[in-house]
Ligand binder design. Structure first.
Ligand code: FAD
Length: 470
């Protein structure tokens, strides 16, 4: 059978693209190399309960994620208003209100003790600086821009942990144009600190939609639900892509190396991470393939713990949803999310069995040595850091009931300087091949709504070039 469209990759990008195409009346087959759909949206059993071991939230202030969840009948839930903290300078400190780590509340920053008096003085001097001028290249890293306005300590202790949470990357390597366009725009107009104060006044007087949303039962439910309404083949690795010999449409080679078969389609959407996309495009769009092959990605690991509820009662009493760790503090973990406190559904799920779930994450771009250690070490390092961070709130003899280690090799693409241009070149080269499109975390942002947005764009590109054939 020939399909209108074959989608390669059954992560959220591939499934969202497939849904869009199917709704436009096309016949669609999704080919996923692993035994199940979802990619980085994945649930695993920990102490008998299904919890997210990859992405656990999505932006609520962009429509694509929450709309897609609603379209497949999933409710969303917003995280508890519990404060996040920063573990720095030997203590857990409240994270002051900020825009991507750039302080918006100087009093709260002072009280937090995150900065020394001297570092704080530099922050206070920011309004006297002239508006920020972009270098001629048209882009700058987030860290360099923040260094120039507030001093290195703000980058090191506030921006790094926040960006680390999203990209597992380094503030002084990530493009401000991509990761912090709002900061760039405000800095070009004048003081970021004063803009922050002004926005505090506005937000205090207007209703603001919650920033994040999750799905009761786990973000991993979203791809599972999507797949139910699609034709998906799992354990189906795509190994080759070529134009159909008669010039109309495409052929993909799928299956084990010893027994692969060719499938035909009018169009193909590549929704895999960059490395497989580069391999598949090597012959048909070599310039795009070269660009994709050169993009870097960070590997990370998520360690999930199930504790007895009574053992973490003191953590619960802290009224926090977890903490971030600046790299400059030299710890093993980069964050800990107290899922039982952050998500009501997680608290409810564990409550019946007296369990509370929390997780830690490890690994940053090019700092992956820690991930070469065995699972048991990642658990032990996480526990050691947790105990050091919370002190007596986690008694020394407390042990988890169960743990789970999920590794995400090359899991987060890095948006360095020049990324926007590289993506534009990929798209131009791919657009030269009618009936071919790309989408996923490497193009328009790593967050779930941005990834879905890239999938919808790929679907539109394919629809514009490929008529309905069945
Ligand atoms: C630990 C972690 C936590 C995160 N947390 C959040 C969060 O809380 N909120 C948020 O918004 N974002 C988060 N993200 C980012 C977000 O989850 C991802 O950017 C997004 O899910 C990527 O979706 P994707 O479909 O582009 O890629 P993937 O999820 O990687 O899916 C690609 C799929 O393609 C398949 N594939 C690869 N090669 C082939 C082939 N040759 N043939 C067939 N199939 C193939 C893979 O098996 C995979 O299933 C997180 C990411 C990680 C790693």
């Amino acid at each position: 059978m020939s399909w209108d469209v074959i989608v390669v990759g059954g992560g959220i990008a591939g499934l969202a693209a497939a849904r869009e195409l199917q709704q436009a009346g096309r016949s669609v087959l999704v080919l996923e190399s692993s035994p199940r759909v979802g990619g980085k949206l994945r649930r695993e059993r920990v102490a008998g309960h299904l919890v997210d071991v990859g992405a656990e939230a999505m932006l609520n202030r962009r429509p694509e994620g929450v709309d897609l969840a609603a379209a497949v009948g999933l409710e969303v839930e917003h995280p508890a208003l519990a404060r996040s903290r920063v573990w720095t300078r030997g203590a857990l400190r409240p994270l002051p209100r900020s825009l991507m780590g750039v302080p918006q509340d100087v009093e709260a920053l002072r009280e937090s003790g995150i900065l020394t008096a001297e570092e704080l003085a530099q922050v206070l001097a920011e309004p006297s600086l002239p508006p920020y001028e972009l270098p001629e290249s048209g882009d700058v890293t987030v860290g360099e821009m923040v260094d120039a306005r507030f001093g290195a300590a703000v980058t090191d202790r506030l921006v790094e942990p926040l960006l680390g949470g999203v990209y597992a990357g380094h503030a002084r390597e990530i493009s401000a144009r991509v990761a912090a366009p709002q900061l760039l725009r405000l800095a070009a107009q004048g003081s970021l600190l004063e803009a922050g104060r002004a926005s505090a006044d506005t937000t205090a007087s207007t209703y603001q939609a919650p920033v994040f949303a999750g799905v009761p039962g786990g973000m991993g439910l979203l791809p599972e639900r999507l797949a139910e309404q699609l034709t998906v083949r799992t354990d189906a690795t795509v190994r080759g892509l070529e134009r159909h010999p008669d010039g109309a449409g495409w052929r993909v080679l799928v299956g084990p190396t010893t027994d692969a078969t060719w499938l035909e389609a009018g169009a193909v959407v590549l929704a895999t991470p960059t490395a497989p996309a580069a391999r598949l495009l090597a012959d048909v769009a070599p310039a795009a393939a070269a660009r994709l092959a050169a993009m870097e990605a960070a590997s990370v690991a998520v360690v999930t713990f199930a504790f007895r509820t009574e053992d973490v009662a003191a953590l619960d009493a802290m009224g926090s949803s977890g903490f971030l760790v600046p790299p400059v503090d030299g710890r093993s973990i980069k964050a800990s999310t107290w899922s039982f406190a952050k998500w009501d559904w997680v608290r409810r799920a564990g409550a019946a069995d007296g369990l509370a779930f929390l997780r830690t994450s490890l690994g940053r771009h090019r700092e992956e040595a820690v991930l070469q250690r065995p699972d048991a070490d990642l658990v032990a390092l996480s526990l050691e850091d947790l105990r050091a961070a919370v002190g007596t709130a986690l008694a020394p003899d407390v042990e988890p009931v169960d743990t789970h280690v999920q590794r995400w090799g090359a899991g987060l693409p890095q948006y360095g300087l020049g990324h926007t241009e590289a993506v534009a070149e990929v798209r131009v080269d791919v657009a030269g091949q009618p009936g071919l499109a790309v989408c996923g975390a490497a193009y328009d942002g790593v967050g779930i709504p941005a990834v879905i947005g890239s999938a919808q764009r790929a679907a539109r590109e394919v629809l514009a070039t490929v008529p309905v054939t069945v």
